[in-house]
Design a protein around this ligand. Structure first.
Ligand SMILES: CC(C)(COP(=O)(O)OP(=O)(O)OC[C@H]1O[C@@H](n2cnc3c(N)ncnc32)[C@H](O)[C@@H]1OP(=O)(O)O)[C@@H](O)C(=O)NCCC(=O)NCCS
Length: 225
């Protein structure tokens, strides 16, 4: 499929392996600063830091020491948050993004697309069966959406999203679902602009809840034809 002349969407080929793994890693790790800012701005964090400051002051009677404790806690917290994002990338690269052909091209009703311009791969997305068993057979999940920074704002993710919706519709699915984090603001705009509806907010783990890392689940209802 050709979009806007110079860009072209096609199915993944083995020669795209390094490019898509890099595109995926960069697309995720760029959100680390926003995630840190999100946590630092949260009233819950302010409350926690105030509580720690007061406790340290009660024990030490030193405001300098108490500030030091708060600073150390901020440092440890931000290191932990960064580690969580990097761990997510590592785990994906070692699982579904390792044998891409087997994960995304061989199973029925799954696919992996890239956007290329010239010889360069600048965007990607996949359609896969949802992890949630209650959605299986009814919905396909859109995952691994990423567009290279220099090629953003040109409608590429919109075209990739339409590709997934069309693919699901052709195969008789009723919905396309996806999950994105609370700080993936551009992605939220893209999906909401295309008619996806936010249906739930979840915390993937206890640690995620502690650092206020949430995932928004979105759903797109495919119109009956
Ligand atoms: C999210 C992402 C894929 C968007 O790609 P893109 O190709 O720049 O998006 P598009 O050009 O197709 O934009 C589609 C719509 O979203 C809007 N949009 C895109 N980025 C936006 C931003 N940063 N702020 C506000 N609106 C934005 C566009 O204005 C456009 O709206 P329009 O149809 O009214 O013109 C890209 O920013 C990205 O790769 N981010 C990093 C990886 C990531 O977060 N992936 C999402 C995984 S769930």
């Amino acid at each position: 499929m050709s979009i806007m002349g110079e860009y072209h969407i096609r199915t993944y080929e083995d020669r795209d392996y390094d490019a898509v793994r890099t595109l995926f890693s960069c697309g995720i790790t760029e959100h680390v600063p926003a995630a840190l800012q999100y946590v630092l701005k949260s009233p819950l964090t302010h409350l926690l830091l105030l509580g720690v400051f007061l406790l340290a002051y009660l024990i030490s009677s030193s405001s300098l020491f108490s500030l030091g404790v708060v600073a150390a806690l901020c440092f440890m917290g931000s290191t932990r948050i960064k580690a969580l994002w990097l761990q997510y990338v590592r785990e994906a690269l070692d699982s579904d993004m390792r044998d891409i052909r087997r994960t995304y091209l061989e199973p029925k009703d799954c696919c992996f697309w890239v956007v290329e311009t010239g010889q360069e791969v600048v965007g990607m997305v996949v359609a896969v069966h949802p992890e949630d068993p209650s959605l299986r057979g009814r919905a396909l999940e859109l995952k691994r959406m990423s567009v290279a920074k220099q090629h953003r704002g040109r409608g590429l993710s919109k075209a990739l999203t339409k590709t997934v919706i069309h693919f699901a519709q052709e195969r008789g699915y009723q919905e396309v679902v996806l999950g994105t984090t609370m700080v993936q603001y551009a992605a939220q705009r893209v999906y909401e602009g295309m008619g996806f509806r936010k249906v739930k907010e979840i915390y993937p783990s206890l640690v995620a809840r502690l650092v206020q890392f949430s995932v928004y689940l979105y759903r797109y209802k495919i119109a009956e034809s």
